[in-house]
Design a binder for this molecule. Structure first.
Ligand code: MG
Length: 338
């Protein structure tokens, strides 16, 4: 098994501002795995929230030596080895997991959703994300998102109400609201939640910092809008305790270190009566196509990371008006344009 990796700088169509930061471009790494005449792909979109960047990815991939394994079919064994190389760097580990799954699907000539026995018709629509911006730009973004039936709105700075009011001047579509840990006190969070009531908000994602678990419990007891964990949930082991403070979990492959752990988390979430959402970082069609393979298992889907960029180097799962198209293409179903 041979690995190689290449950096791509993804260009955002609009500045992507959330409660934590703002970005114009996002560097990602595409991992290629070649074995037995088949080339498979994985992706790492590093997140500074979790101490990752292009340098940490490079250093991690340098350490991965798959020569001791016979074939990518040994997924469990390989991923256990990869997990133990070092703590963290989950997006790098995710790239390995995706490439292994892509290779297996290609070898068996079957898309992953089919291999797992899933029905594309069960997949919910994906939301389209509107990041924090001025009134004028928000208005423009909402009009550009006309075809998408659900909007996900980033809040958590000073202009929350202006954002929501601007959107509501244009559309009554259901909204997913994501504060990205931006409400720092429980009183502020409760005031925001109460204000959002009766505004057709389906849920609120990560209202408060992950460290403020007790405050989030307090908020949930008073909130009429369901709360979804994002920054509070990474792995399988996080899931059971979250049921005390949240109504659902937003799983991301870049946090869970790939598809294998994400599947376990989906089932653990169900067992704990949590709603299941799958989200993404800013990613190419490689990461999005991988996540889309699991979309029939979800309650909520937020897989628009490659719709927000203008230079996706991969052709993969297409997002048609919020509907993620699961095709017969084998593996993840994403191939480079070049
Ligand atoms: Mg989020």
């Amino acid at each position: 098994m041979k690995l190689s990796w290449k950096r791509y700088d993804l260009q955002l169509k609009h500045t992507f501002r959330i409660a934590r930061n703002a970005r114009e471009t996002v560097p990602v790494m595409i991992l290629s795995l070649t074995h037995d005449g088949i080339t498979a792909y994985g992706e790492a979109s590093p997140n500074i929230r979790y101490g990752e960047n292009i340098a940490t990815l490079n250093a991690f991939f340098e350490k991965v030596d798959l020569t001791k394994f016979d074939s990518p079919f040994a997924v469990d064994e390989i991923l256990r080895y990869v997990a133990e190389i070092e703590v963290g760097n989950n997006s790098a580990k995710c790239a390995v997991d995706l490439a292994l799954h892509d290779w297996i699907g290609k070898k068996l000539n079957v898309p992953l959703w089919k291999m797992w026995g899933l029905s594309p018709a069960n997949a919910p629509f994906s939301s389209f994300t509107i990041a924090i911006d001025t009134k004028e730009i928000v208005r423009q973004k909402v009009l550009e998102a006309e075809d998408f039936p659900i909007l996900k709105i980033k809040v958590g700075l000073e202009n929350d109400r202006e954002m929501i009011e601007t959107i509501r001047e244009i559309t009554g579509k259901p909204l997913y609201v994501d504060a990205n840990e931006g409400w720092k006190t429980r009183e502020k969070a409760l005031e925001s939640v109460r204000w959002l009531k009766d505004k057709n908000v389906v849920f609120i994602e990560q209202p408060m910092p992950a460290a403020q678990f007790e405050d989030t419990k307090w908020l949930r007891d008073r909130s009429e809008i369901p709360l979804i964990a994002d920054e509070s949930v990474h792995y399988l082991a996080d899931v059971p305790k979250l049921a005390d403070a949240f109504d659902g979990i937003n799983i991301k492959l870049m946090k869970s270190a790939g598809l294998r752990e994400a599947v376990r988390m989906i089932h653990a979430g169900r067992a704990n009566n949590l709603k299941i959402m799958l989200g993404c970082m800013i990613e190419t069609a490689v990461g999005i196509s991988a996540a889309a393979q699991l979309s029939p298992l979800l309650d909520y889907c937020d897989l628009d990371g490659n719709v927000l960029i203008s230079n996706d180097p991969f052709d993969g799962c297409r997002n048609i008006k919020g509907r993620l198209e699961l095709t017969k293409k084998s593996g993840l179903g994403a191939e480079p344009f070049e």
